[in-house]
Design a protein around this ligand. Structure first.
Ligand SMILES: C[S@@+](CC[C@H](N)C(=O)[O-])C[C@H]1O[C@@H](n2cnc3c(N)ncnc32)[C@H](O)[C@@H]1O
Length: 210
């Protein structure tokens, strides 16, 4: 676990918000949750966040792409790893209010230098990006997963890790995440496995064909 005081202060603030949100979400119906989804962090959760943080560090990934910033919970963990590696996180989000909130948290954690916030449609941002990537978190609305994959596929470095969240939970988006799983496995350049923690992660490593 990172020991930096500023990181841990901000992490505790997210954890408080998460506890509060979990209670509020439990009182809503499925349709109300969908309708009000922009009020919530919708984060990958602590297990997945720690896993990603460790994977970025151990793979020494420098160029990290996060597709779906939301309020910045996963960005915090990715940015801490990018700092250790001397790298950077490019994070994509189209909701300006969420980006303002996430920027403030990342600044408070002392990690602004390691995050490049790009506001707007994620698929456009991926297509416009001049960078190539060592690590990608796919955590946007699930109907966009396959389009995201097609957009970032030509920009993957050899050995790049790609993590697709929400493969198991929520069940309401199962068809969309299954389409992503099928596509990434059929491309023929990934070793890919479903890891059943957090909301279920499709963990894939890309190997350039020689
Ligand atoms: C599940 S949340 C991301 C959670 C975040 N990764 C975390 O763990 O804290 C998905 C986010 O994708 C954003 N999003 C949905 N469609 C988008 C699009 N076309 N372009 C950019 N962002 C989008 C939503 O506003 C939402 O904040």
């Amino acid at each position: 676990m990172p020991t930096d005081i500023k990181f841990n202060t901000v992490l505790a603030e997210y954890q408080d918000r998460m506890l509060d949100e979990n209670e509020r979400m439990a009182s809503l119906s499925v349709s109300e949750r969908i309708e009000r989804r922009d009020e919530f962090l919708l984060s990958v959760g602590e297990e997945a966040a720690i896993f990603m943080n460790l994977l970025v560090k151990s793979s020494k990934a420098k160029s990290v792409l996060e597709i779906g910033t939301s309020y910045g919970y996963s960005t915090l963990w990715l940015a801490e790893a990018a700092k250790v590696n001397g790298g950077k996180v490019i994070t994509l989000e189209n909701n300006i209010d969420k980006v303002i909130y996430a920027k403030a948290k990342i600044a408070k954690a002392g990690l602004s230098k390691y995050v490049d916030f790009r506001t707007g449609d994620a698929i456009d941002s991926i297509k416009k990006a001049k960078e190539t990537f060592d690590f990608i978190l796919v955590d946007i609305w699930k109907k966009l997963y396959v389009d995201c994959l097609d957009a970032f596929y030509p920009k993957l470095n050899d050995g790049a890790w790609v993590l697709g969240d929400n493969m198991i939970f929520p069940p309401t988006t199962k068809n969309e995440t299954l389409a992503y799983q099928k596509r990434i496995r059929e491309l023929g350049t990934f070793e890919s496995i479903l890891v059943p923690f957090g909301s279920g992660i499709e963990l894939s490593q890309h190997h350039l064909k020689s």
